[in-house]
Design a protein around this ligand. Structure first.
Ligand code: HEC
Ligand code: HEC
Ligand code: HEC
Ligand code: HEC
Length: 166
């Protein structure tokens, strides 16, 4: 009987230790979303042409549909909803409405510094995403975007790609 109690106690402490370590690892959360205006400082032309895309109307689309309170819609019509440091609501994270830069390029808090940005490998290590078709199809699912065609959609859906970089 004593043996059982001892084993029970040991198991319980194991579970406790596991929970505590899990708790702390969740507190040291990763990068957060800073909003597209932060990227504008250094990527003006891209920012301007992104502004022309329909991604910038994505949140207004929800208010037109009376759906801004509908959490089912937010993951695709805002930046980072449901992810660490992403959109929460219009009063606490107004900069993260719409499909912003970071919806495709990943949360920017850790890569937006010049010293990191100019070294692509460092930037990627800090969370920068070079988007591929899969980045789009997280939102452009067959259901929501039946006509999605990466090549075509890329032309008007993203932003200009500066000539010199081609
Ligand atoms: C302090 C200036 C600065 C800020 C702020 C900044 N960038 Fe950059 N970014 C650069 C520089 C410099 C480069 C490297 C040269 C280039 O490609 O323009 C770069 C490159 C990039 C690249 C191209 C990587 C490659 O080589 O293919 C992407 C994508 C990018 N930035 C996205 C962003 C996003 C998204 C934000 C906002 C979260 C952001 N940047 C904020 C300066 C900045
Ligand atoms: C976070 C979700 C999300 C991601 C990621 C995303 N999109 Fe979108 N996209 C949307 C939403 C939402 C709309 C509709 C916006 C509106 O009209 O309100 C849209 C609209 C578009 C449109 C306009 C379609 C039309 O019928 O006018 C194009 C083009 C487009 N996206 C291309 C892309 C491409 C290319 C990628 C990947 C590089 C991409 N999108 C990634 C959510 C996303
Ligand atoms: C899985 C991602 C996703 C979810 C969830 C989602 N949408 Fe969308 N929505 C999109 C994409 C992508 C488009 C653009 C489709 C296209 O044109 O190819 C879009 C387009 C729209 C459009 C048409 C915009 C226009 O100007 O033509 C409306 C309206 C809309 N969504 C409303 C909603 C509402 C309301 C909800 C929640 C009930 C919702 N969406 C949930 C991804 C999503
Ligand atoms: C809908 C998705 C999407 C959004 C939103 C988006 N981008 Fe991009 N971005 C891409 C794709 C796709 C590429 C091309 C990647 C490739 O194939 O090289 C790209 C390329 C870039 C590049 C590299 C250009 C080069 O010289 O090769 C920079 C810098 C960049 N984006 C910055 C931004 C900034 C800043 C914003 C917001 C103002 C933004 N992006 C918004 C999808 C997006």
């Amino acid at each position: 009987m004593k043996r059982m109690v001892l084993i029970g106690f040991l198991l319980l402490s194991l579970v406790l230790v596991f929970c505590i370590s899990k708790g702390t690892s969740e507190e040291t959360s990763g990068p957060s979303y800073v909003g597209s205006k932060k990227c504008k400082a250094c990527h003006k032309e891209i920012y301007k042409s992104w502004k022309e895309t329909s991604h910038v109307g994505a949140f207004e689309t929800l208010s037109d549909s009376n759906a801004v309170e509908n959490k089912d819609c937010l993951p695709c019509h805002t930046t980072g909803y449901g992810k660490d440091g992403g959109f929460v609501d219009t009063s606490s994270t107004p900069k993260l409405v719409d499909v912003g830069c970071e919806s495709c390029h990943g949360p920017g808090s850790d890569y937006k510094k010049t010293s990191i940005m100019k070294d692509i490998e460092k930037a990627k290590a800090a969370g920068l995403v070079i988007p591929t078709e899969e980045t789009c199809t997280e939102c452009h699912t067959k259901e929501r975007s039946p006509n999605f065609d990466f090549k075509k959609y890329k032309v008007e859906g993203i932003h200009e790609i500066p000539e010199a970089e081609e």
